[in-house]
Design a protein around this ligand. Structure first.
Ligand SMILES: *[C@@H]1O[C@H](CO)[C@@H](O)[C@H](O)[C@H]1NC(C)=O
Ligand SMILES: *[C@@H]1O[C@H](CO)[C@@H](O)[C@H](O)[C@H]1NC(C)=O
Ligand SMILES: *[C@@H]1O[C@H](CO)[C@@H](O)[C@H](O)[C@H]1NC(C)=O
Length: 318
């Protein structure tokens, strides 16, 4: 789209006269003449170039031309030919290159960013708006364009930082949103645009916790030591809170709750039987799982062992 000037300057010594100067172009089909300057007969431009080629300063000393609105078809070698009397012909060549303007702008100074998404920040109790996910384009030159695409009605929070020594700009865009149960399974797509690597999409699926309690299927009996229930959750972002409660009565003493586990620090008692619930919360929501624990008397357990020796031996080996 730009204008290209092809320069051709002629030194005409004394006793030398310029008969004609011209521009020719080498195409796969052969040499063609683009434009001719003749001091006696004037200027002639080939039909296909007439609208966009002109001599800049037509004279015996200057055969420079301007080629307007160049396109990729103009790429290639061009030759300026000069016919003199009495010395004859002389010529010089140049090669025209045409590049995409966007590429030219970034060609020497492009740094491809490192792109990643991370699960958002921790939900503080009572906070309505939380950053559920952050998309980062690290050290981009020029700075990357970063955004989130989703059907959720949140908003974006952008943060940019110049890296030292011209190593680019880091752009982080957080997705800020009020947790709501309907978000389960909704996708957030981070879109990064940059000359390198072009457009980049990263998908993050938001999942409220899918809660599973391990340990409830064990045979629990009076006097058993180190009994525990483990609460596990499949969630995105990662859960930040696990709670254990006992539903029918108060949580008994002698129980430690840590890392999602409920552990009895003393031998089990008959009245530890009951309904327990694990609640797991992440930025998307709160989900629960209830478990009923039945603690057998020691005698009952022994009779179970005797009636089902195979099952019993498995338990004993634990
Ligand atoms: C190219 O040259 C033409 C004529 O000289 C001028 O009108 C036009 O603005 C120029 N275009 C550019 C991109 O310089
Ligand atoms: C130019 O031509 C004249 C006569 O033909 C000659 O005497 C003179 O030396 C020439 N000059 C040069 C620079 O060749
Ligand atoms: C930046 O450049 C300075 C001096 O040229 C150098 O001391 C420093 O280590 C560089 N920092 C990084 C992050 O490359």
């Amino acid at each position: 789209g730009q204008n290209a000037s092809l320069g051709c300057h002629v030194e005409v010594g004394t006793n030398l006269s310029l008969t004609q100067s011209s521009w020719e172009r080498l195409l796969p089909t052969g040499m063609i003449t683009v434009a001719v300057f003749n001091p006696q007969f004037g200027i002639s431009v080939a039909k296909e170039y007439r609208s966009r080629v002109r001599f800049l300063n037509p004279s015996v000393e200057d055969a420079s031309i301007l080629l307007e609105g160049v396109g990729f078809a103009d790429i290639g070698p061009y030759t300026c030919k000069v016919v003199t009397f009495p010395l004859g012909n002389t010529q010089a060549s140049t090669t025209l290159d045409v590049m995409d303007l966007a590429q030219k702008k970034h060609s020497s100074t492009t740094i491809e960013p490192k792109v990643y998404v991370s699960a958002g920040s921790v939900l503080v109790d009572g906070d309505q708006d939380v950053v559920v996910a952050t998309c980062t384009a690290e050290r981009a030159l020029p700075p990357a364009w970063v955004s989130w695409e989703t059907e959720l009605s949140g908003r974006l929070k952008e943060f940019t930082q110049e890296e030292p020594n011209g190593t680019g700009t880091t752009t982080q865009v957080g997705y800020v949103w009020s947790p709501h149960r309907d978000a389960r399974g909704h996708a957030l797509i981070c879109v990064v645009r940059h000359p390198k690597p072009g457009v980049f999409n990263l998908v993050m699926t938001l999942l409220a916790p899918d809660v599973l309690v391990e340990g409830q299927d064990e045979v629990w009996y009076v006097g058993q030591e180190n009994a525990k229930l483990d609460c596990r959750a499949d969630a995105n972002p990662v859960p930040h809170a696990f709670f254990w409660t006992r539903l029918d009565v108060q949580m008994p003493e002698g129980v430690v709750i840590a890392n999602g586990s409920l552990r009895f620090t003393r031998p089990l008692r008959k009245n530890n039987s009951g309904t327990y619930r694990c609640d797991v919360q992440n930025a998307v929501g709160l989900r629960s799982q209830e478990v009923d624990i039945w603690i057998r008397g020691e005698l009952t357990f022994l009779s179970t062992l005797m009636n089902h020796p195979a099952a019993g031996s498995l338990r004993v080996s634990e």
